[in-house]
Design a protein around this ligand. Structure first.
Ligand code: NAG
Ligand code: NAG
Ligand code: NAG
Length: 466
């Protein structure tokens, strides 16, 4: 019997493991995603921006790298500025969610519809204040998978040797979710190269990754200035938001005055959190249709525009330290070298926040529309380029890719793993680095943090041309 049972057993084991793989794959491949998931602003999942990742989270499109086909080029350096991954709500939003769920449980009409019954009888408030903005398991996965894909895309830079010899620099904001994210990124790289025991090595630098807090002109002129976000306040009480509030009140059978705009937003965020944290299509999502979601998305775009982007010049200028840091790193990596000299730093990984990325993107002149979004022009802003759901989802990333080519170093930009062109240099995907430097000359020679942040106070007026 013995010789016979062995192959039978191993066949059974093989069949069983195949079955298990099939089961786990099929449970992964039935994503029941709310239609409104692409409108969650800074609470959007990375997968909503790159939907092919829903089928294969590690798939990489190598044709996004576009050095000129007529020139011989090699990769010399990657600087990646990355937002932390999916996270828990902060205390402020947890309290709003608490308030909303109590209101709906106590005062909403008894649900005739299934989703309302689900909210009232099945859904449990499970968020607690100690979760306060921390990275969730899915958020660690976001960064691990991103690292894995970047190692596939840049095998010579994020190479096994460069990872093992610790030639890659890692720098992060001090916030817990960012430190956890940079650790997860390092796990992803090490996993990619077959390591199973992880080590971490990174520096914390808030002057670079949380520059906004260190810029007095920004803090006084924008962050702590009650009138700086006037457009957001007006929109919150404007006709589009009022209509969303009225419809939500109707769906819940509540008097409209019981729902504040903050509670409307809490319900929208709740739908986003249940998806990004637990991959659930929450019953709360049924409170909104696509038109409602677009209005709520616009509300958060307005906030980011006026608080972190083109609304006030000081917001982008506060990122000058990070801008200079990136270009110093690129200068060093692109400098001509004798063959005896040590090779340049292959990659620099910087982890921060949406509040880190948006000012830097604005300083570079990216996603700038002709007309600023305001409380009154929602209808004309449907095709806007400044759409935070697309730009700064969880794990958003801005990649500076430096090549060494026959005519000299070249630089390419990618946002969320897709190519974008430098404003003013739109004819090429990877223009000569010296042309990029010439385009940003005024910032490279100026953009003095202390001059901008300490010198003049106030927001310096809306939309001053840089
Ligand atoms: C790969 O990237 C290129 C360049 O951005 C794009 O044109 C192409 O559609 C992408 N292919 C896939 C399968 O996504
Ligand atoms: C959403 O609901 C409103 C009010 O019922 C309706 O006017 C609008 O057309 C709906 N939008 C979509 C995309 O279904
Ligand atoms: C606050 O913002 C308003 C609107 O931009 C501006 O006029 C005012 O000077 C700012 N206040 C301070 C203290 O900077």
């Amino acid at each position: 019997m013995f010789p016979v049972s062995l192959p039978t057993n191993s066949f059974l084991v093989a069949a069983l493991s195949l079955l298990l793989i099939r089961i786990s794959c099929s449970s992964l491949s039935v994503p029941d995603i709310p239609h409104i998931a692409v409108y969650f602003g800074t609470k959007t999942r990375y997968e909503e921006v790159n939907s092919h990742l829903l089928r294969d989270a590690l798939s990489v499109n190598t044709s996004v790298l576009k050095p000129p086909p007529t020139e011989r080029c090699s990769l010399v350096h990657l600087t990646a500025v990355i937002r932390h991954g999916s996270r828990y709500p902060t205390v402020k939003n947890i309290r709003r969610i608490q308030k909303l769920s109590e209101l709906v449980r106590r005062e909403a009409s008894r649900g005739s519809e299934g989703w309302l019954r689900d909210i009232q009888s099945r859904w449990q408030m499970w968020y607690t204040e100690d979760m306060d903005g921390q990275l969730v398991a899915k958020g660690r996965e976001d960064l691990r998978q991103l690292a894995w894909r970047l190692a596939t895309l840049f095998p010579s830079l994020l190479s096994e040797e460069n990872v093992k010899m610790r030639r890659i620099s890692f720098l992060t904001s001090s916030k817990h979710r960012c430190v956890s994210s940079i650790e997860a990124f390092q796990e992803g790289l090490q996993q990619h190269w077959g390591q199973h025991e992880f080590y971490y090595s990174h520096a914390v630098d808030d002057k670079l990754m949380r520059f906004f807090e260190h810029c007095r002109g920004y803090m006084e002129g924008v962050e702590n200035n009650r009138t700086a976000l006037l457009e957001v306040e007006k929109f919150k009480r404007g006709e589009e938001m009022e209509a969303v509030r009225r419809r939500m009140a109707e769906r819940l059978g509540l008097p409209q005055h019981r729902l504040t705009p903050d509670l409307v937003e809490a319900a929208f965020f709740l739908c986003s959190y249940e998806l990004s944290i637990k991959s659930l299509h929450s019953p709360w999502c049924f409170l909104f249709n696509e038109s409602d979601a677009k209005v709520l998305e616009y509300k958060s775009d307005l906030k980011q525009y006026w608080k972190r982007s083109y609304g006030y010049a000081i917001s982008s200028l506060s990122s000058c330290p990070l801008f200079h840091h990136v270009f110093r790193t690129l200068d060093k990596a692109g400098r001509p070298r004798r063959s005896t000299e040590a090779s340049p730093e292959p990659a620099s990984i910087l982890v921060g926040h949406a509040e880190t990325l948006l000012p830097l993107l604005s300083l570079l002149g990216l996603h700038k529309d002709k007309t600023p979004p305001t409380a009154n022009n929602y209808q004309s802003q449907h095709g806007r380029s400044f759409q935070t759901s697309r730009i700064v989802p969880y794990a958003a990333n801005l990649l500076f890719v430096l090549y060494d080519c026959q005519r000299g170093p070249r630089l390419q930009l990618l946002i969320n793993e897709s190519p974008v062109r430098f404003p003013g240099l739109e004819t090429e995907d990877a223009p000569l680095y010296r042309d990029v430097r010439a385009t940003y000359r005024h910032l490279l020679d100026g953009c003095d943090f202390h001059g901008e942040c300490e010198g003049r106070t106030g927001g310096r007026g809306p939309n001053t041309e840089l």
